[in-house]
Design a protein around this ligand. Structure first.
Ligand code: FMN
Length: 189
């Protein structure tokens, strides 16, 4: 583990007030307080991706996003499944962060993945699509049991994940991420 507390950036791709995905990230922020500084990132200010505005022409909010990702030790992506895939808000942020291809701030960045849905079956496709997108960016996905939190509305109370089994899976992914950072983190700096 680096001598300082690892900084983790949490992103969901949901802008909804009362988002279950953001509630899970907040729960993990509290669970790992003292061991990791998990910052839940606001993607609302990020404009739509436009390849005309790369490099020095990136909008200020995008420049900040990329600088924050570069400075962070790892990412926690906890996304709701939207139309069997990644929510556009999150995919948009990934697209900005993915350039220049293969040498971007996502290259070799340790990442934990988890997905949510309201339904009894959703989430798996979003998780898989996140994995594919992160693979394409050469991100270092922490090896962990898959975290798919279905029927999220039944497992969240007062803005926190209260289902102990789900919390154990989600916490396991963050533990794996911290291990990944400990083993490989120095290489990403
Ligand atoms: C545009 C849209 C598409 C959705 N598509 C799916 C889907 O394909 N599968 C699924 O299980 N749930 C789907 N849902 C339900 C969301 O996963 C669910 O509402 C989730 O709680 C939203 O995340 P949040 O609580 O973090 O805002 C969809 C919701 C929206 C708004």
């Amino acid at each position: 583990m680096p001598s300082k507390t690892p900084v983790l950036i949490g992103m969901s791709g949901s802008l909804r007030t009362g988002s279950y995905s953001n509630a899970i990230l907040q729960t993990l922020r509290e669970k790992f307080a003292g061991r990791a500084d998990l910052q839940v990132y606001d993607l609302a200010p990020i404009p739509l991706y436009n390849q005309d505005f790369e490099g020095d022409k990136r909008p200020p909010a995008v420049q900040k996003l990329l600088a924050d990702i570069a400075a962070a030790d790892g990412l926690v992506l906890c996304a709701p499944e939207f139309n069997h895939s990644i929510p556009g808000v999150l995919k948009n942020a990934i697209d900005w962060a993915s350039r220049p291809a293969f040498t971007s701030v996502l290259a070799y960045k340790p990442v934990a993945l988890m997905a949510t849905s309201r339904g009894p079956l959703g989430g798996a496709r979003c998780l898989e699509h996140m994995r594919v997108a992160m693979d394409s960016c050469l991100a270092r996905i922490a090896l962990a049991r898959e975290v798919i939190i279905t029927a999220a509305e039944t497992r969240i109370r007062d803005g926190r994940l209260v289902d102990e089994t789900c919390l154990s899976f989600a916490g396991g992914a963050v533990e794996a991420l911290l291990t990944e950072i400990k083993v490989w983190g120095a290489e990403t700096k």
